[in-house]
Design a protein around this ligand. Structure first.
Ligand SMILES: [Zn+2]
Ligand SMILES: [Zn+2]
Ligand SMILES: [Zn+2]
Length: 729
């Protein structure tokens, strides 16, 4: 039988070995490039028993995407053995993401009598680095960055014993034979290096720490001067910092943590989870001044555990880079690039094969929503309903990811970030090269966005391969449809900040009746001008001025806007047309006084959502739906009169969100489809998504949202891969 999916490096072979031994079955098991292959001989009763237990006792972190069982003539095996990996088959085995330290390894590290006491690279088949040390497939030690460490006799014995937890644990290591830790300046080693970092944190210094997928920059989150210093040195104005907290109990001290949120925090992916802060803590306000949430993660590597055991306080843990650059992974590179940011470096000699940022997850309506998909998730595949041709999808421009389609599996790269800098574009090219090399993938086709200025589009055009340009919002909804296995016509609602439309204007409030073979744009917002173009993405007053100007005429309801903005609007100078919901959020945030700037993407919308607080009402503004054009003018008018009457901000924000949900319901009612797909960054808004979903379900629709890839542009590459495939076949 053949098991496909993430089945290598999770202790599957020893588990099969022990099972076969227990049931007295002969045969073999091996890792192949397709996944895991097993051949067993025995009576049909024994074999049924084997299959049953194989399912029941499967290793926790294994992700089986398909199972093929076939009967073959008995070969007369005498015993059961684990064969060397077969490398000839197609390279389609899923590689496992990096897994957080398991309780057993943690216990050993903290046990003063254990031979791995205090050892920062402890791992086993249930935990430890995977994707970040992988050089090639199949996943075997010589094909990982652990190949330069020769196992000592004690580790080798563990590695070779099918009864040991470390049987074929590829990154297996101990203080005698494995990677070592040191700090700079001063070259303190091992435990002293950790102590050095602790001392630096206590003194308010910035520590650069080499983690699993790259460097982190750490400061004590309770020290306002230290946090401010880090912001200044890193050139990061306001974007919230994530926190590393020593324990669940500590997270509870600062935030409310639901059962679902707790589940995410302690999962083997161990992402940053966005939590609702509880006031009154001692955190420096500069940590996340402009966000209603705190991004919190728990220690996920032995090194993080050791540090937090000695410094049991919340610590800012942000990517080791300057703003907008990719995360640093090499020792020399980090020491050079971060020399003006960090005071102390904690380094080790286990090379990182590829950078992988921390993932970010938010619980929405009780289920996890991935906002940034990287460590702990990449490169797990998304399984699509049909085989796809060999497509390389290069994604969008913001929050870029790339993807390759292999059969029914789409392998997505880790989050690469915005492609604004030379460094990030290099990282984007490295990720393409890396995925293609790992899977021996030669694309027949490249899928990209329609936007001519995206670096990813330009790369595709220059690749010399046949290309398919996929409209941005069509890719959004197709990604959501694909991960939910929808194949028939559906209503795709794609709401975001920016995407290049078929008519050359900026879209972003799309209702498509769609299928893999095409889409019809059945509704969108009435378009409006964005004075100053791109500048309107940051400055919320521009969208507000434009909508007020359109609603009330040049007199503008007595609201004063910058004279340059008025000149642009009146003269239609540098004011492209847009129908983006993101900009409607900005305008409303500005007019209610909730926010005047987006210092990071979606900031104003996030504040508007959080203004709702615990208010629950069915009151609503109205977006008039006329022949598929959603007119926001009545909404702006009603909102300003509520504002004048001093209506509570929370109520105004709620009425605005309700209007959007009602509009979705009204448009859906005009169609004859039953499935509605919600995609695009705007649906990271938990209130809107919950409200719209409930309403649609009441109207008899089935509603689908994202769970495997982000609703934001991080999911675009999946949609492109699926659609280019449909286009080709
Ligand atoms: Zn472990
Ligand atoms: Zn050893
Ligand atoms: Zn988008």
């Amino acid at each position: 039988m053949v098991l496909r999916g993430a089945v290598q490096g999770v202790g599957f072979r020893p588990m099969v070995y022990r099972l076969a031994e227990k049931l007295c079955l002969a045969g073999w098991v091996r890792n192949s490039s397709a996944g895991l292959e097993i051949e067993v001989e025995g009576s049909s009763e024994q074999l049924d028993h084997f299959l049953h237990l194989l399912k029941a006792e499967r290793p926790q972190s294994a992700v089986v995407t398909s199972e093929e069982v076939s009967r073959v003539a008995p070969a007369g095996f005498i015993w059961f053995e684990i064969l060397p990996s077969d490398e000839n088959a197609a390279k389609s085995a899923a590689v496992l993401p990096d897994l957080a330290t398991c309780p057993e390894c943690l216990r050993e590290m903290l046990d003063p009598d254990d031979r791995r006491s205090g050892y920062a690279f402890t791992n086993c088949t249930l935990c430890g680095p995977r994707y970040s040390i992988l050089l090639d497939i199949p996943y075997d030690r010589p094909k990982t960055t652990m190949r330069c460490f020769v196992l000592c006799p004690a580790c080798l014995q563990e590695y070779e014993s099918p009864h040991d937890r470390r049987f074929h644990a590829q990154p297996n290591a101990c203080p005698t034979c494995g990677p070592r830790l040191w700090s700079v300046p001063g070259q303190a080693e091992g435990a002293s290096a950790v102590a050095h970092a602790v001392e630096a944190l206590a003194q308010g210094e910035v520590v650069a720490l080499k983690g699993v997928g790259g460097f982190h920059l750490l400061v004590d989150a309770r020290n306002p001067i230290a946090v401010k210093r880090l912001r200044e040195r890193k050139h990061r104005e306001e974007k919230p910092f994530a926190l590393l907290m020593p324990s669940l109990a500590c997270a509870r001290q600062y935030c409310t943590v639901s059962a679902a949120e707790e589940g995410m925090l302690v999962s083997s992916a161990a992402p940053i989870v966005l939590l609702q802060p509880q006031g009154g803590g001692d955190l420096a306000p500069e940590v996340a001044k402009s966000s209603p949430y705190l991004g919190v993660m728990l220690p996920y590597s032995p090194l993080h555990h050791l540090l937090m055991a000695q410094y049991p306080f919340p610590v800012v843990a942000t990517s080791g880079n300057r703003a907008d650059e990719p995360i640093a992974i090499e020792n020399e590179e980090a020491c050079e690039r971060l020399k003006d940011i960090a005071d102390v470096f904690v380094l080790h000699d286990r090379p990182i094969a590829r950078s992988c940022d921390d993932s970010v997850v938010r619980i929405s309506g009780g289920s996890p929503q991935i906002l940034r998909r990287a460590r702990g998730y990449a490169p797990l595949p998304v399984v699509t309903p049909h085989d796809l041709p060999r497509v390389l999808a290069v994604g969008g421009h913001l929050k870029n990811t790339v993807a390759i389609a292999l059969g029914r599996q789409v392998f997505l790269s880790q989050h690469m970030g915005d492609l604004d800098t030379v460094e990030s574009r290099q990282a984007f090219e490295r990720a393409i090269e890396d995925l293609c090399r790992l899977y021996r993938f030669d694309p027949d086709l490249v899928a990209c966005d329609l936007h001519p200025d995206y670096a990813s589009t330009q790369w595709a055009l220059a690749s010399g391969l046949p290309i398919v340009q996929v409209q941005h919002h069509y890719a959004h909804v197709a990604a959501c449809a694909a991960e939910n296995g929808i194949e028939t016509n559906y209503l795709g609602v794609a709401w975001d900040g920016t995407g290049f439309g078929l008519d050359g204007t900026i879209w972003g409030s799309e209702f498509f009746v769609a299928s893999p073979s095409g889409f019809e744009r059945i509704a969108h917002l009435r378009s409006f001008r964005l004075p100053g173009g791109e500048a309107a993405i940051r400055d919320c007053s521009r969208s507000a001025a434009s909508m007020v100007w359109e609603t009330f005429g040049p007199g503008g309801a007595g609201i004063a806007f910058d004279v340059n903005i008025r000149v642009m609007l009146e003269g239609r100078i540098n004011s492209p047309q847009s129908s983006s919901i993101g900009r409607l959020f900005d305008a409303v945030a500005y007019l209610t006084g909730v926010a005047d700037q987006n210092r990071f993407e979606g900031q104003a919308a996030m504040r508007l959502e959080s203004a709702i607080g615990s208010i629950r009402t069915n009151e609503s503004y109205e977006i008039e739906n006329q022949n598929g054009i959603g007119d926001w003018a009545p909404l702006i008018e009603a909102l300003l009169s509520d504002r004048k009457a001093d209506l509570d901000l929370g109520r105004i924000a709620t009425k605005f969100h309700n209007a959007l949900a009602n509009w979705i319901g009204a448009v859906a009612d005009t169609t004859d489809v039953r499935d509605v797909v919600l995609s695009g960054g705007v649906f990271q808004n938990a209130y809107l998504t919950a409200r719209a979903s409930a309403l649609l379900e009441e109207h008899g629709f089935r509603v689908f949202t994202h769970h495997q890839v982000p609703a934001n542009d991080g999911g675009i590459s999946l949609g492109q891969a699926v659609l280019a495939g449909a286009f080709e076949s």
